[in-house]
Design a protein around this ligand. Structure first.
Ligand code: GLA
Length: 386
């Protein structure tokens, strides 16, 4: 992002070059392993990306919020008078939901001009929404001097998405966007919120993200359905022991699921979550030992489990993954994020990465008729002022 250009766009839109806005950034994320575990009190291992959402923000005298974005033509203006309500299917629900959280905390919100620019692809499972929420949260916190800490901002952003936008996500995306650290992934226990930054130096290998470019369809409803299935599993497991979430069950206990869960679908869902959790723990341990090949195997196992037991992949993601695995230099490849579409993340040998992208692009187009996009991301720091 060229800051000079961005500033010029801001002045063209809102005028008054003598009063400079402040620039903030919040990253999107890619999850390396630990999928659909966050809302089960389990482990995740995401990292923040150098792609995300930028925000220029300035206080004004009028009692209005003026929103603009460089991503599409959809300026909005809304008066400030108490709590906001959801505006229907509009992009400003993300920042408005966050601003609402500040109002609920008693922060006196006054007039603002806000201009957003995102370079993380929309709806691709790389947390464009969380990055809009988090950039709003850090900016509002800063310019109104609210003094809230990062964890609070993360929770407020998650609440905005759950309660205002109406997507019942876990805490992973907002947490990764807030707590990201350059060249590190975040080993997060989503139950206790204890976390550890683990260095990701792949020595001759790199992360490659591939976008299915499949239009998102039923993701939200399927996502909520999976959450409900996990809750059902927890309820059934009460006959075994008093657990509050699936994160409390260990891989060694998986054989017991047969005894307590009759419904084969619910049993599969629970099996994915429990096995995925233990894969995260092992993945972090092997990464610390530089055992990248085992890390890749665990990524592959994660995808297979998301396909067979959790059933959140679909033709496009599976094509990328199984065609990708046939190519030289691919250590591991899996879907990342909620699934059903969105992206895969792969670890590929640097000397094979160009061949990987051309080979996979051809194979994917042949099978699906869609052209995929590739990103070679850097692992970046979390949200803040630039
Ligand atoms: C989405 C949600 C996250 C998490 C993932 C699946 O990205 O926003 O909270 O549940 O799906 O791991």
């Amino acid at each position: 992002m060229n800051t000079e250009n961005f500033l010029n766009k801001f002045y063209e839109k809102f005028g008054n070059r003598n009063d400079k806005p402040v620039l903030f950034f919040a990253p999107g994320r890619v999850n390396l392993i630990g999928e659909h575990t966050d809302y089960n009190g389990g482990y995740v291992f995401p990292c923040a990306l150098n792609y995300g959402t930028y925000l220029l923000i300035r206080k004004i005298k009028n009692n209005v919020l003026r929103f603009s974005t460089l991503n599409f033509n959809a300026d909005e203006e809304t008066e400030i008078s108490g709590l906001f309500v959801n505006t229907g299917k509009k992009w400003i629900n993300y920042p408005l939901g966050v601003i609402n959280e500040f109002i609920k905390k008693g922060v006196q919100i006054t007039g603002l001009e806000l201009m957003f620019y995102g370079d993380v692809p929309n709806g691709a499972g790389l947390s464009s929404s969380a990055s809009i929420e988090m950039v709003t949260a850090v900016a509002v916190n800063d310019i109104f001097r609210s003094g809230l800490d990062m964890l609070e901002l993360v929770k407020m952003s998650q609440r905005a998405e759950n309660e205002f936008v109406g997507m019942n996500c876990g805490i992973m995306d907002q947490f990764a966007s807030g707590f990201g650290k350059k060249d590190h992934a975040i080993f997060l226990n989503c139950d206790t919120l204890f976390y550890e930054n683990v260095p990701v130096f792949l020595h001759g290998y790199s992360l490659i993200i591939t976008n299915t470019n499949k239009r998102r369809g039923l993701t939200d409803s399927k996502y909520n359905e999976r959450r409900a299935e996990c809750e059902q599993a927890v309820e059934l497991l009460q006959a075994y022991k008093p657990v509050k979430n699936l994160g409390e069950i260990t891989a060694g206990e998986i054989p017991l699921l047969d005894k307590y869960i009759d419904d084969p679908v619910i049993r599969k869902r629970a099996k994915h979550v429990i096995s995925e959790n233990s894969r995260v723990v092992e993945a972090v341990a092997v990464l610390k030992e530089n055992n990248i090949s085992r890390f890749g195997e665990l990524m592959n196992m994660s995808h297979d489990s998301l396909k067979d037991d959790y059933e959140v992949t679909g033709t496009e993601l599976d094509t990328l993954v199984y065609e990708g695995r046939k190519l030289p230099g691919v250590i591991g490849t899996r879907m990342t994020g909620a699934g059903f579409g969105g992206c895969t993340v792969s670890i590929v040998k640097d000397s094979d990465s160009a061949r990987f992208m051309t080979g996979l692009s051809a194979a994917y187009q042949k099978k699906t008729g869609i052209v995929p996009d590739f990103y070679q991301p850097e692992i970046a720091n979390g949200a803040g002022k630039l």
